[in-house]
Design a protein around this ligand. Structure first.
Ligand code: NAD
Ligand code: UDP
Length: 313
């Protein structure tokens, strides 16, 4: 098939491009390189089945494709809050443009939604039927509300125009190819630990997250695209850890001399998060294979090999 991956030069998008090329598809990787990098896909450049296009999904584009994976959107709070108006335009106008394209060329389209649409959840673990607890005017809203309106657009294009959609709600995912300055917790802690710098725990570290390894995540979204349930379906690892536990694990696995320091908790930071993955198990016959410790070891090995000074952007 001819497959479009928006945000294909990002952390998850580049792993997805790898798998699709391995499966024998023709892949168009579209990215504006805001948080992604050519470095993530440089090993694919030159393959006849791979094309890299610099494009911003807030602008329309016409391509003949059979499948669209819509991943373009900065995902780390630091980066999505850098230009919040652009972030919400990426989710909103990007969804309109990609759904319009899917409608026109009759492609199936998958949206990379997020656990953030549940906000600071009052239902735990989060089930897909939960409508969430999102602050519409806070500093995370540009991302949370953008992703929520994108889900609305996907459902309405489906109901109104019969566009063939899939929606996955991705919970915190980590792994090789995260940028050293990504700003999310796993990469921050590993980069700090490897340099014996202070580990920055925001708040008292009692907030929880569930961490999914990139290879597990990509397997789930590939399965989601090629089965009939439209979703939304939660994808994540149901192991739940406090941020303090994560810091201690990273220090142990890197044999670091780093000390944990406490920094202010950003506003609207969700207190707890853990996916109910019953639907993913039922419809995708999927569950994560890589536990946190194994995934951290692989991610630490990746960060040991890259030079922070010469890392792209
Ligand atoms: P990432 O920042 O590495 O990747 C996002 C990619 O989108 C980057 O390559 C970036 O340059 C590109 N991009 C951003 N705005 C664009 C625009 N307007 N036009 C074209 N390209 C644009 O982040 P990631 O972790 O790989 O996330 C990929 C997708 O998965 C995002 O949509 C994100 O919201 C979603 N997601 C990720 C996680 C996670 O934990 N990794 C969790 C929930 C949802
Ligand atoms: N966090 C932290 N130190 C950091 C980066 C993040 O304590 O250096 C915390 C953050 O406050 C949040 C959790 O780790 O409670 C996960 O943050 P991340 O930005 O990775 O993802 P999200 O908040 O979007 O789940």
């Amino acid at each position: 098939m001819r497959i479009l991956v928006t945000g294909g030069a990002g952390f998850l998008g580049s792993h997805l491009c790898d798998r699709l090329i391995e499966q024998g598809h023709d892949v168009i990787c579209l990215d504006n390189f805001f948080t992604g990098s050519k470095k993530n896909v440089e090993h694919l450049i030159g393959k006849h089945s791979f094309e890299l296009v610099r494009h911003d999904i807030t602008q329309p584009i016409l391509l003949e494709v059979d499948r669209i994976y819509n991943l373009a959107c900065p995902a780390s709070p630091v980066h999505y809050q850098y230009n919040p108006v652009k972030t919400i335009k990426t989710s909103l106008l990007g969804a309109v443009n990609m759904l319009g394209l899917a409608k026109r060329v009759r492609a199936r389209i998958l949206q990379a939604s997020t656990s953030e649409i549940y906000g600071d959840p009052t239902v735990h673990p989060q089930i897909e039927e939960y409508w969430g607890n999102v602050n519409p005017i806070g500093i995370r809203s540009c991302y949370d509300e953008g992703k929520r309106v994108a889900e609305t657009l996907f459902m309405d294009y489906h109901r109104q125009n019969k566009v063939d959609i899939r929606i996955v709600r991705i919970f915190n995912t980590y792994g090789p190819r995260m940028h050293p300055n990504d700003g999310r917790v796993v990469s921050n802690f590993i980069v700090q630990a490897l340099q014996n710098k202070d580990i920055t725990v925001y708040g008292d570290g009692s907030q929880t997250r569930s961490f999914c390894f990139a290879s597990d995540l990509v397997e789930a979204i590939l399965r989601m695209m090629e089965q009939s349930e439209i979703g939304p379906i939660n994808i994540g690892n149901s192991g739940e850890f406090t941020i303090l536990e994560l810091a201690e694990k990273v220090i142990k696995l890197t044999s670091s001399k780093s000390k944990i320091v406490k920094e202010p908790l950003p506003s609207d930071d969700p207190k707890q998060r853990k996916p109910d993955i019953s639907k993913a198990k039922k419809f995708l016959n999927w569950e994560p294979k890589v536990n946190l410790e194994e995934g951290l070891v692989q991610t630490i090995e990746y960060f040991k090999k890259i030079s922070y000074a010469t890392a792209p952007k």
